[in-house]
Design a protein. Structure first.
Length: 136
């Protein structure tokens, strides 16, 4: 960015005011770009609630303004993968997050999007009980 501004300075030798205005605008755009909610949500996208009990894992993720058509949840192995496509003002951003459940039955995961909150419930695989064998 600084290199581009230095090159631009040569173009506006006769008009330092125009250069100053353009430089200020570019610096504002660059700094505001990362504060835009569309981009900041990608960096800060995390579960709002993760809980578990003896029978299941529960994850709730805030996805305000998203429709279920823009959210995909896939299960493979012991992992649940969430992908959300955010479309705002001509921009499209893809948010992706994976959750691993070593003791989860991800094939029987239930998913619901309700009031801007994605709710994922992964049942736990019951721990096998030790079986004692009779010695003959």
């Amino acid at each position: 960015m600084k290199r581009s501004l230095q090159k631009m300075r040569g173009l506006f030798n006769d008009s330092p005011k125009v250069y100053s205005d353009v430089e200020s605008l570019l610096e504002t755009l660059a700094s505001e770009f990362w504060r835009d909610p569309l981009f900041s949500c990608e960096r800060n996208w995390r579960p709002t609630h993760h809980d578990q009990n003896e029978t299941e894992h529960r994850i709730e993720i805030d996805l305000p303004r998203l429709k279920k058509e823009n959210v995909k949840v896939k299960a493979f192995g012991n992992t649940v993968h969430v992908k959300a496509i955010v479309k705002e003002e001509g921009f499209e951003s893809v948010l992706e997050r994976s959750f691993e459940f070593p003791n989860g039955d991800v094939e029987n995961t239930s998913v619901k999007l309700e009031d801007g909150v994605l709710k994922i419930i992964v049942p736990k695989i019951p721990k096998p009980e030790a079986k004692e064998f009779e010695i003959k």
